[in-house]
Design a protein. Structure first.
Length: 110
């Protein structure tokens, strides 16, 4: 749950149950609106996460279908367009490895 206070964004944890529907989320927001909260503990930590492997065509199509409802041929067409515009590597490969010479920071910062 994300809250805002004094123009700062606060990330809160909700422990009772998993919020699995929009109606559950709306009910929580409605119950919390106008309420006062007490912060009883603050934990600060630095977390380092390893990146997920890059997509191969099959995993990209699966995720695009699962999250966006895109059929595999639509995902392939979009990936091909991105490739032709130099936005991604060649999409029709099963490789998940990126070359060490690839300037990832430069690509991300533009």
């Amino acid at each position: 749950i994300v809250a805002h206070h004094n123009n700062k964004e606060l990330e809160l944890e909700y422990f009772k149950k998993q919020i699995s529907t929009v109606s559950d989320a709306k009910a929580i927001v409605e119950n919390l609106s106008g309420q006062t909260a007490i912060v009883d503990k603050i934990n600060r930590r630095t977390v380092t996460q390893q990146p997920h492997p890059s997509f191969n065509l099959s995993s990209l199509q699966s995720e695009a279908y699962r999250h966006l409802g895109f059929k595999p041929n639509r995902t392939l067409a979009l990936a091909q367009s991105l490739y032709l515009n130099s936005a991604i590597s060649y999409p029709r490969t099963s490789s998940e490895q990126l070359p060490d010479t690839l300037d990832i920071k430069g690509i991300l910062t533009g």
